[in-house]
Design a protein around this ligand. Sequence first.
Ligand code: MRU
Length: 369
Amino acid sequence: MKIGDKNYQTIWLDENDPSTVCVIDQQKLPFFFEIKNLRSVDDVFEAIENMTVRGAPLIGAAGAFGIYLATLEITSQTNIREHLSNAARYLISCRPTAVNLSWAVNYTLEKLNSNPSSKSLSETALSAAVEICEKEKEYCKQIGEHGLKLLESLSEKKKGEPVNILTHCNAGWLATIDYGTVTAPVYLAHDKGIPVHVWVDETRPRNQGAKLTAWELGQHGIPHTLIPDNTGGHLMQQKMVDIVLIGSDRTTRGGDVANKIGTYLKALAASDNNVPFYSLFPSTSIDFGIVDGVKEITIEERDPEEVTNISGLADGMIKSVRVCPENTSAVNYGFDITPARLITGLITERGICGATEKEIKEMFSDKFK
Ligand code: MRU
């Protein structure tokens, strides 16, 4: 993605220092655009935990780079197998809901376990991390192509009136490596001259919609309007939403989708108002081992301070202020599950399918055991 006149992806290796992984610091956006350098497994853990990097595909890629940095920590005294599996366990433990993190870390470990003698461990880990990034970028591009068809057909039905899309959280390029999942078809549609407009849920408590999605869409010139999280139902009743597009942190093989807290309520409102509701994600966000999202997906609980406080720009600095009485108890579930029955369709790199085990199996027969 272009920021000013420079092309960025969300994570990359410093070309002058191969022991440094660079990321865009998402804690500072949209107020400051800063790059953060990660030089150790601990740095990567902290960046994922405090959401310097966030979004399912991006935390997966960061985890893979974390294993690469772990290989650089090996000395002649190191028990290599133990060191790498400890690093993997540690990184995976940072955020439990998005399946991409464990998938990418385990993929990189597997590559190391079958390391060809011609390559050093760090070369192998680095090429796995880079391969993951390239694949994720390609998957997002393909998601964009498939999703574009839906937006084109809505635009035809609306005879060129803007297609109103509602989205929650940030499933943009910042959450992936580039292009985004939800944003990929939106950018393509806009670039093709199809009028689109995005309702951006602010997404309390961390406001990924207000801070990140609004910033991204603005950078690309996409018309958008920020709304409080409670507004979507009203907009749908008033026929002001043509389609809901959301991401996924983990989709079961039965089609249940774990995504940012509040997604489920949007799906209920969409179903009540016959508004099509799609989840867009790469296959790396599918957990083929589970069916029932409500019973089987661990929901991350985060610091209650994200609920009792809100952060924003004041006097040129990012500040946090309390929004409730002192010592109010609060709870902060990061994600919820939208059951498959409320989902019109799933859009992955392989195409669009219904949120059912049968259709997912038809599309991903090679991944079903
Ligand atoms: O807690 P976050 O900001 O990492 O949550 C991210 C989301 O819920 C995204 O919508 C999801 O990762 C899909 S992004 C491609």
